[in-house]
Design a protein around this ligand. Structure first.
Ligand code: N01
Length: 534
């Protein structure tokens, strides 16, 4: 039997975004709101990504909500970069504190959503056959939540076990005594490989594209730092929200191309020792000038060659074909040093591409590598994958999957023409994955909440953006990307290149979080320019 529930708002996803959206709509505006979550608990990314070594690359004191001063003051992080279990504990603490679970349906996967024009309502269907209706539909499905398992021939015949890092078994995986193959050397592979190598009998890393990585220099937080972060919370928040990337540091106002070589070296060495993504902030021209970028790229490549004892491995790891930070730069704990272990070998798929998976293991053009376990650290169908899986239908039955066949089109990454009363938190066309995500999420949630409040105050039923506003915004997204080196990398997931058949469109907004925030504020102050109410 089908249930029909009518609400004011439905939110899809109970990660950082969905939880704050629930707090905002339910507790600030008094809306009847329900969150639908596929997992059996809160946490989103941090609920699913339980692979060994899973850790955040943003510093803990910036990877949290700032909307509640009380919450900021009461939560205590233990390390500079929090591990997945600690982030999940934090999000569960938030769920308890704000009594969120009573309005979240867990184990509830959305299979379709269509707009009922006669009633101005979204009709949302779940896998269990439930139907819910609401005036507003807000997607909080995350940018990196649709796992990308390559369509490699033979996987179904593999005699061992295989796992994708983004859907890791809750009970963990026992690597003891096993021969393990890890495919992928993005942020995830770089975190997982050192941990798996400690446990497994042997690890073979299959690298398609060599990657930069910076030392995280992770450590327990000192009592002094914990006190500092609490006492200066307002200041830290101000820095995070007035710079381009949402991190708690500013990009230095100096250019590598105008700095003498010996000074550059000292600056990079200090940043390398300090560790973390601040390396990217050492010069303001690193992402806009190839000459500037080369100074950073060459410094890191030199470091990699120094760290790896075996010259063949060193060459494979340091042979990087793209500018530094033009793909998301990972940070690591002992990643390069792991290749000095006797039980770790490295295969360059550039030199010998993978042909198929055979029952015994992975077969490249060179040989078969016998394996007991294959770990796919192969990333995600980023930014659009999880949205398209929702099977959203808008006005006149138009389908999002058709409308986005040539790539995503949004207004501010927040609205899509033809889909009234639908808001997408950190959608394509917003800074999202180019930022530390919690401040980007807070900005979106607050903007959406203000927009809905405006509608309630003025008794407006629907809001939708126009094709014209969307086209103009897409031009701005392209302009911002083309002002940087980011689109130069043709095999980046920012462009959708990691998923065969996906259109190559640069998806996130590269104009910076603070600039983007001021555009969104202007749009709202100008009566929500580019959006039509009725
Ligand atoms: O995924 P990726 P990820 N055959 O797409 C390779 C976030 N994150 O999960 O570069 C062989 O970056 C692929 O090779 P190539 C963070 O934003 C955050 O590592 O496409 N190899 C690449 O090496 C990050 O950027 C945290 O040639 C294949 C790897 O797999 C994002 O998640 C922690 C292949 C995929 O790298 C994604 O990172 C971890 C194939 N068919 C991750 N297909 C935080 O701190 C793909 N590859 C919050």
């Amino acid at each position: 039997m089908q249930n029909t529930n009518t609400l004011d708002a439905i939110v899809i996803g109970a990660g950082f975004a969905g939880m704050y959206q629930l707090i905002s709509l339910r507790d600030k505006l008094g809306l009847r709101t329900r969150v639908l979550e596929a997992g059996s608990g809160v946490g989103g990314t941090w609920f699913w990504n339980r692979y060994p070594g899973a850790r955040c690359d943003s510093e803990s004191h910036s990877y949290m909500y700032y909307f509640s001063k009380e919450l900021v003051q009461e939560w205590e992080w233990s390390e500079r970069y929090p591990q997945q279990p600690e982030i999940l504990r934090y999000l569960n603490h938030v769920a308890d504190k704000f009594d969120l679970r009573r309005d979240i349906s867990f184990d509830t996967r959305v299979t379709g959503a269509n707009f009922d024009e006669a009633k101005n309502q979204w009709v949302v269907k779940t896998e269990a056959g439930e139907t819910l209706r609401a005036q507003f539909l807000i997607t909080a499905v995350g940018c990196l939540s649709s796992a990308n398992v390559p369509n490699t021939p033979g996987l179904d015949r593999f005699a061992g076990q295989w796992f994708h890092t983004g859907a890791w078994p809750h009970e963990g995986v026992d690597f003891k005594g096993k021969h393990v193959g890890v495919i992928g050397t993005g942020s995830t592979g770089i975190q997982a490989i050192p941990m798996i190598a400690k446990e497994a009998d042997h690890v073979t890393v299959f690298q398609r594209t060599a990657n930069y990585s910076l030392p995280a220099n992770n450590a327990p937080l000192t009592e002094d730092f914990k006190q500092y972060a609490k006492a200066h919370a307002d200041e830290i928040y101000e820095i995070m929200t007035t710079n381009g990337n949402g991190h708690p540091f500013h990009i230095e106002k100096r250019k590598a191309v105008e700095t003498p070589a010996d000074e550059i070296e000292q600056i990079y060495e200090a940043a390398w020792q300090k560790g973390g993504l601040q390396f990217r902030a050492t010069f303001e021209d690193l992402l806009v000038s190839n000459d500037a970028n080369k100074t950073a790229a060459e410094f890191i490549q030199r470091k990699i060659r120094q760290l790896i004892k075996d010259p063949v491995k060193a060459e494979i790891l340091a042979d990087i074909d793209h500018p530094f930070a033009a793909k998301r730069p990972p940070i690591d704990s002992n990643y390069f040093d792991t290749f000095n272990r006797d039980n770790v070998s490295l295969v360059s798929l550039r030199d010998a591409p993978m042909q198929e998976i055979v029952p015994a293991g992975i077969k490249t053009t060179e040989k078969v590598y016998p394996l007991d376990i294959i770990v796919f650290a192969t990333g995600f169908d980023a930014m659009t994958g999880s949205l398209l899986k929702l099977n959203i239908e808008g006005l006149g039955g138009r389908k999002l999957n058709d409308d986005w066949q040539a790539g995503p089109r949004t207004y501010l990454g927040l609205q899509i023409p033809g889909y009234p009363n639908l808001f997408t938190i950190t959608g394509p066309g917003s800074p999202s994955v180019l930022c530390n995500l919690p401040p980007a999420i807070e900005q979106h949630v607050e903007w959406i909440t203000d927009c809905i409040k405006h509608m309630r105050t003025h008794q407006l039923e629907t809001v939708q953006t126009s094709d014209r506003a969307c086209d103009q915004w897409q031009q701005e997204v392209d302009r911002a990307a083309n002002a940087t080196l980011l689109p130069q990398v043709k095999h980046s997931w920012y462009l959708g290149a990691n998923v065969p058949g996906k259109p190559r469109v640069f998806m996130p907004y590269a104009g910076g979080l603070s600039h983007y925030r001021s555009i969104c504020n202007d749009v709202a102050a100008d009566g929500y320019r580019g959006m039509r109410f009725s």
